[in-house]
Design a protein. Structure first.
Length: 108
C-alpha cells in the first residue's frame, strides 16, 4: 500500500466470515500490507465505523535520516508516523499537530 519494500509483509483480512478456514477466502477479501500499514489499519478499523479500503491512501517518504509514513482516509489526513533511518518508530501524530510547513521542510 505505501510502497515499502524493506519490512515484512502481512496478509490482512478485509472481513471475516464465520467458520471459514484461512484458505477458503476469496482474493478480494485479502490485501497484502507492510507491517506498519497492517498495524495502522487494524487500529483504524476499530475506530472508523464502516472502514472502506477504497478510501485509504498510504505513502512512505524518506530523506536519508528519517522515514515518514502518511495515512489519509476519505480525503482527511489521519496520521503521520515518523521513523528513524533504521525504520524504528520515533513518534506518531496528526498533520495538525506537526503542521504542514514542518512536513514541507522535511521533504526539502
Amino acid at each position: 500500500m505505501c510502497g515499502d519494500k524493506n519490512n515484512p509483509l502481512h496478509i490482512h483480512h478485509k472481513r471475516y466470515i464465520n467458520d471459514n478456514l484461512p484458505w477458503e477466502y476469496q482474493d478480494d477479501d485479502l490485501i497484502t500490507l507492510c507491517e506498519y500499514c497492517h498495524k495502522w489499519i487494524e487500529r483504524s478499523q476499530k475506530e472508523i465505523i464502516g472502514f472502506d479500503f477504497s478510501k485509504l491512501k498510504a505513502l512512505k517518504l524518506a530523506n536519508g535520516n528519517y522515514i515518514i509514513r502518511c495515512f489519509k482516509y476519505d480525503g482527511n489526513d489521519v496520521s503521520i508516523i515518523l521513523f528513524n533511518a533504521e525504520d524504528r518508530l520515533i513518534k506518531s501524530f496528526s498533520i495538525y499537530e506537526l503542521g504542514v510547513e514542518k512536513i514541507k521542510n522535511f521533504l526539502v
